[in-house]
Write a protein that binds this ligand. Structure first.
Ligand SMILES: [Zn+2]
Length: 295
């Protein structure tokens, strides 16, 4: 069953969660720390006046369960941060970030790449919207576009600038469509560009986004290798063959079974002098190693 996580249940999260439910996704985890306020109702379409004061995750879970009988919805009333992001994202097939917190987008981007989970990031400010889908295995990613989060003061000013209500519906639904594409065999068509939505002129454009080779999150990733079906010595042989196709300095992202391969593959790579950049569990059964070819 396909599982999506929606971070933030405001102006983008409400239409995004609705869009995912409409697309027939099996499981939704909704994450938001806030309660419904009267000022939310104009664009946060899952809530009504009688819901003011209730937790957004509670109301949204109830509304979606009522409308989509086959959908399994779960809510977590927490703020996503660096400390709990891995726990919240683990096991997801796709994650949609709908917060108005730029810091959250960086965390979702980085943890998605670390765990191999595709992500869809969205934002709106006044009359402009933006959507970016990241494959989860390679760039380009959000950090190729913006290197670091803006200072807190700047982010606060953006939050106070307001947003055109209908634009939230467009961007949130576009995020749901990208998420559906990423999990339904159309991933390549969703990534490699940024979609900009011009709310004043009513124009939607896809702008190509080159992978920044010095990007700290995805930079230089040249290839991906799945050796989960193999045991020793084929795990070693497959890894060696893949590394030989790369130039020195390029990185290879390898997913393998936990246990014997996850002990031996990174040790062999280190013994041969390569840089092991990431070495950790993806989930209960899988392990991920990212290695940079040195020689
Ligand atoms: Zn990147």
């Amino acid at each position: 069953m396909t599982r999506a996580v929606v971070i933030g249940l405001g102006g983008l999260g409400c239409p995004a969660a609705l869009g995912l439910a409409e697309s027939g996704i099996g499981e939704l985890l909704l994450v938001d720390p806030d309660t419904v306020e009267l000022s939310n109702l104009q664009r946060q379409v899952l809530y009504r006046t009688a819901d003011v004061g209730r937790a957004k995750v509670e109301v949204a879970t109830q509304r979606l369960s009522e409308s989509f009988s086959g959908l399994r919805v779960e809510g977590r009333r927490v703020h996503l941060g660096a400390a709990n992001a891995r726990e919240l994202l683990r096991g997801a097939d796709v994650v949609v970030d709908c917060t108005d917190d730029p810091g959250s987008r960086f965390i979702v981007n980085d943890v998605g790449l670390e765990l191999g989970i595709p992500t869809v990031l969205g934002g709106v400010l006044q009359f402009d919207g933006l959507v970016l889908a990241v494959s989860g295995h390679s760039g380009p990613c959000f950090r190729c576009l913006f290197e670091v989060p803006p200072p807190t003061e700047e982010a606060r000013r953006c939050g106070e600038a307001g947003v055109l209500g209908p634009l939230c519906g467009v961007v949130g639904h576009l995020q749901a469509q990208r998420a559906w594409g990423l999990v339904s065999g159309h991933a390549a068509a969703q990534t490699g560009f940024v979609t900009t939505v011009d709310g004043l002129r009513g124009r939607i454009r896809d702008v190509p986004l080159p992978e920044a080779t010095d990007c700290p999150a995805c930079g230089g990733l040249a290839a991906r290798l799945d050796i989960t079906p193999y045991s020793c010595p084929m795990t070693y042989v497959r890894t060696r063959l893949a590394l030989e196709t790369l130039n020195p300095g390029q990185t290879l992202d390898i997913v393998m079974r936990r246990g014997e391969p996850s002990r031996n593959v990174p040790r062999n790579l280190l013994d041969e002098g390569h840089d092991v950049l990431i070495n950790g569990a993806v989930d209960d059964g899988r392990h991920r190693v990212v290695v940079r070819r040195v020689c």
